[in-house]
Design a protein around this ligand. Structure first.
Ligand code: G6P
Ligand code: MN
Length: 441
C-alpha cells in the first residue's frame, strides 16, 4: 500500500487536533509517510504542531516524518494530498460578518446570507493563490478543499482552474446529519447509502437506504417528526447552538415533508426567526472563540506542558474521519460513495449545467463519478436556481469588482431580499472588509 505525503494547509485550525486523532484511527487504511503542517500564522500553527508531535510519538510512532512550516515550497513539494482548511480574516472577521448582518436585522451566519457573501469575497483571493502555489510544486496532488463558504469557493475555483481534475470541494454537514440518522435507525453511519441533491449548505436527502437496499426514508421522517432531531457527533452533540439547529429539521419536515433537509436550510426558510433569536454580542464566532478554540488551545498547551498526550481529552470526530475516508477512496481507487461538490453537467437535469452541485459520487483514482439525479420538483428547482444565481453573482462581483453585482446577489438571497437592507448591509461590509475585498467599482 502506497504511503502518502499529506499536507494540512491552515494547520492552526481548531479542527486540526480532531483530524490528527482521525489520522491515527485510519493509519492502517490511509498510511502516511510524511505529514506537513502549513500555515501563514506561525504562532498559531506552533501550538497544534507541538502538541501533534507529542501525540504522534505516543500513538503514531510509525510516522517518522512530521514537520511544520510557513514556507510554501517546503510544504507543497511532492505532496500526494493537501487538505485545505483556511479562514481568511480568522474568527475575528467571522464575528464582524455575523454582527454587521444582525445589526441590519438579517441572518448573521458564517456561510449563509451577507456573512457568507463577505466571507466568500475574502476566501476567493487566498484560495486561488493557494491552489496556484500547490500546483507549482505538486501538479498531481489531490487537493481536498473544505474552506468556506464552500459553494462560493467551489464556483470561483471552477472558473479559475477549469481543467484541474484533482481538486475536490467537500463538506462534512451531510455526513454529520447522517450520524444522527444512523443513531435514530440503530445503524452504523457507514452502513447508510444516501441520495441527495443541492448546492453546498443548501440541499436535501431524498432517500436513505442501508447497504442491503432497505429503504428507511419514510420511517426516518416519521421518527424525526415524532421524536425530534439531535446532533450526535461528539464534537457538536453537547453544543447548544448545534442542538437548536438540528432541532429545526423537525419543523422543516413538518412544513415540507417531501425530502429531508440539510440543517443550513433553516436560515433560508425562516430567516426572520433566525435573525431574531441571535444575540449580536454573542454570535456563533464568539461562542467558537470562547468554546472550541479555547478548549483546543488549552488542550494543546496542556499536552506541550506535560510532554504527553496521555489523559488528554482528545477524540476522533466525524469531520476528520470523513475527509480521510474520502482521501482513501481517491488514493486507492476504492469507489466508495460520498456526497461531494461537482459541476452539474446534467446530473440534475433541470438546473444549469455549470452549477457546482452537491450530490453522491463514487470517489475513484480518476476523480468523483457522480450519480444521475434527474429532474427535481419545482419548489426545489426555484430555491436552488435563485441561490445559485446569488452564488454566481458573488463570484462575478469578485472577478469584475462590481458593486452592482453584489447588490443583485444580496437582493436575490432569501435572507435579505429588501434592496434598502441589501445596500445598507453591503456598505457596512465594504468598510469592514477593506483589507480583504477587491476595490469595487
Ligand atoms: C459544519 C459545516 C462547516 C462549518 C461548521 C461551522 O461543520 O459543514 O462548513 O464551518 O459547521 O461550525 P461552527 O461550530 O464553527 O459554527
Ligand atoms: Mn460545510
Amino acid at each position: 500500500m502506497k504511503r502518502q505525503r499529506l499536507v494540512i494547509a491552515g494547520s492552526g485550525s481548531t479542527y486540526t487536533m480532531g483530524m490528527m486523532m482521525s489520522l491515527i484511527e485510519e493509519k492502517e487504511r490511509f498510511p502516511l509517510k510524511e505529514l506537513v503542517f502549513y500555515d501563514i500564522d506561525a504562532k498559531r500553527q506552533e501550538r497544534t504542531a507541538k502538541a501533534t508531535e507529542i501525540l504522534f510519538k505516543e500513538r503514531y510512532p510509525e510516522l517518522t516524518s512530521f514537520s511544520y512550516t510557513t514556507d510554501k515550497k517546503e510544504a507543497f513539494k511532492d505532496a500526494d494530498f493537501v487538505f485545505v482548511q483556511i479562514r481568511t480574516g480568522g474568527l475575528a472577521m467571522r464575528e464582524q460578518d455575523e454582527q454587521i448582518s444582525l445589526k441590519h436585522g438579517v441572518v448573521g451566519q458564517e456561510t449563509c446570507g451577507p456573512g457568507g457573501m463577505a466571507y466568500g469575497l475574502r476566501s476567493i483571493r487566498d484560495m486561488i493563490e493557494l491552489v496556484k502555489d500547490i500546483r507549482r510544486h505538486s501538479p498531481n496532488a489531490w487537493i481536498l478543499n473544505y474552506t468556506n463558504p464552500a459553494a462560493i469557493v467551489a464556483e470561483a475555483l471552477k472558473r479559475e482552474f477549469p481543467t484541474d481534475t484533482r481538486l475536490l470541494n467537500i463538506c462534512d454537514m451531510p455526513i454529520a446529519i447522517m450520524i444522527s440518522y444512523a443513531k435514530i435507525l440503530g445503524l452504523d453511519v457507514w452502513e447508510l447509502v444516501p441520495e441527495y441533491f443541492g448546492l453546498n449548505h443548501f440541499g436535501w436527502f431524498t432517500k436513505i437506504y442501508d447497504k442491503s437496499g432497505t429503504d428507511h426514508t419514510e420511517r426516518l421522517k416519521q421518527l424525526i417528526i415524532h421524536n425530534g432531531f439531535k446532533p450526535e457527533d461528539k464534537e457538536i452533540a453537547n453544543d447548544k447552538s448545534w442542538q437548536e439547529t438540528f432541532a429545526m429539521a423537525r419543523q422543516m419536515l413538518i412544513d415540507f415533508p417531501e425530502f429531508l433537509p440539510n440543517t443550513y436550510l433553516q436560515y433560508y426558510l425562516y430567516p426572520d426567526k433566525m435573525a431574531a433569536k441571535e444575540n449580536p454580542n454573542r454570535t456563533r464566532a464568539r461562542q467558537v472563540i470562547e468554546g472550541r478554540q479555547k478548549r483546543i488551545h488549552d488542550l494543546c498547551d496542556e499536552i506541550i506542558q506535560n510532554g504527553t498526550a496521555a489523559g488528554a481529552d482528545l477524540h476522533v470526530d466525524i469531520h476528520g474521519v470523513f475527509m480521510i475516508k474520502a482521501a482513501e477512496s481517491l488514493a486507492y481507487n476504492l469507489s466508495k460513495r460520498f456526497i461531494v461538490m461537482v459541476e452539474n453537467r446534467g446530473i440534475i437535469s433541470n438546473l444549469p449545467a455549470d452549477a457546482m452541485v452537491e450530490v453522491p459520487a463514487l470517489l475513484t483514482s480518476n476523480g468523483a463519478q457522480p450519480f444521475v439525479v434527474g429532474a427535481i420538483p419545482t419548489f426545489y428547482k426555484g430555491l436552488l436556481e435563485s441561490q445559485f444565481a446569488y452564488e454566481k453573482l458573488v463570484v462575478d462581483a469578485y472577478f469584475e469588482k462590481s458593486y452592482q453585482k453584489l447588490l443583485q446577489a444580496l437582493t436575490l438571497n432569501r435572507t435579505v431580499i429588501n434592496v434598502s437592507t441589501a445596500k445598507a448591509v453591503l456598505d457596512d461590509l465594504i468598510a469592514a472588509n477593506k483589507e480583504y475585498w477587491p476595490d469595487l467599482k
